[in-house]
Write a protein that binds this ligand. Structure first.
Ligand code: GLY
Length: 354
């Protein structure tokens, strides 16, 4: 098992290994005193993993309650969030109790935001069960929900007390759900680590031990970035590579195109446009496209530059009349480029055409 320490406004460990769920109670008891735990999960994950998790938590003497919502990005909204808060209140959770997020990115973000805001903040534990949540969203304390106007437009930075990542849970994921995580791993390679990028592009990463290694590698990169810039005023913005256009694609598709698939297309559009417009030293698009094609990502974008730009301008990355884009200069090195919002449509149009 790998232990990765995150030093942020709250210090915590990310534990990455196999068969960890059965010992979840033991690991959580190391960081929380006996209390009531509110497990927040979706209907798919509850069927798979709630039982062993409950057994392990009860063994350590934790009192339990559980809120289950309908799986999927469409549940990540203010209504579900408010229902979770009402449930927590009905269970009389106090400031010495805690939330356990069991599931993928939607669950972690929403449960984390409930923990961040209920009684002005109670502790929470992340138990990611998807590759996407393990390599990215469960670490670093970004929590939130979507608004009608756009993705993740309301939320808080609220660090967990522990992240417990049992890589055996990835075995229940469909190929498409695995792709959602792989694009985030490719992102880490593209922004800071060409060796990781080449590894994912060339090797078969589906073996158990390799997935565990890659998860740990991505979490180490994320820990270093988050420690330097927890509140995303600078370097952490690099982690948004592919996300400005990616979020716009998700929103335009009414979330039928998933986050990881949208980010894959978003990275390619950003890389193509960056080279065509003379921002990048090298054309990084062919290498990114080759890696994405190896994993058979659907790379066709069904929206126009005008549609995407209109939605992207609601994105958090906008500040006044400018939007910060993350662009690759070479594979393994990205930088932040402020761009006038009036130029965004042209930028996206350049990225849409090969
Ligand atoms: N997913 C990007 C970040 O955590 O900053």
């Amino acid at each position: 098992m790998k232990h990765i320490q995150i030093n942020a406004s709250r210090n915590y460990e990310v534990l990455i290994g196999r068969n960890l769920l059965k010992d979840a109670g033991k690991w959580i008891a190391n960081v929380l005193k006996p209390c009531k735990l509110c497990i927040i999960t979706d209907d798919t994950v509850a069927k798979l993993y709630a039982e062993p998790l409950h057994a392990s938590l009860k063994e350590e003497g934790f009192e339990l309650c559980q809120y289950v919502f309908a799986h999927g990005e469409l549940s990540k909204n203010v209504t579900t969030y408010s229902q979770i808060l009402e449930y927590m209140a009905s269970e009389n959770l106090t400031r010495t109790d805690a939330v356990v997020a069991l599931g993928g990115g939607v669950t972690g973000d929403m449960a984390g935001f409930a923990a961040a805001s209920y009684l002005r903040g109670i502790p929470f534990i992340q138990i990611p069960t998807t590759l996407l949540a393990a390599v990215d969203s469960s670490v670093g304390g970004k929590t939130g929900v979507n608004l009608e106007s756009g993705k993740n437009l309301v939320g808080a930075f609220w660090q967990p007390s522990l992240v417990l990542c049992d890589c055996d849970t990835f075995k229940s994921l469909s190929y498409d759900l695995m792709l959602d995580g792989i694009s985030e791993a490719i992102k880490y390679g593209a922004i800071v680590d060409s060796v990781l990028f080449d590894f994912i592009a060339q090797e078969d990463i589906f073996s158990d031990s390799v997935l565990e290694q890659i998860t740990a590698h991505c979490v180490r990169i994320k820990s270093e970035v988050v420690e330097e810039d927890e509140k995303e005023t600078g370097r952490r913005q690099l982690l948004n590579f592919g996300h400005t256009v990616g979020h716009a694609i998700e929103k335009c598709s009414h979330y039928t195109i998933s986050h990881g698939h949208a980010v894959a297309i978003g990275m390619l559009i950003a890389a193509r446009a960056a080279f065509k417009l003379g921002y990048s030293k090298e054309n990084c698009a062919p290498a990114i496209e080759e890696s994405l094609k190896k994993y058979r990502y659907p790379l066709h974008c069904p929206y126009t530059a005008k549609e995407l730009a209109a939605v992207a301008l609601n994105d958090k990355k906008r500040s006044g009349q400018e939007i910060t884009l993350v662009l690759p200069s070479v594979i393994g090195e990205c930088y932040l480029q402020k761009t006038k919002i009036s130029e965004l449509e042209h930028f996206i149009a350049q990225g849409l055409s090969e």
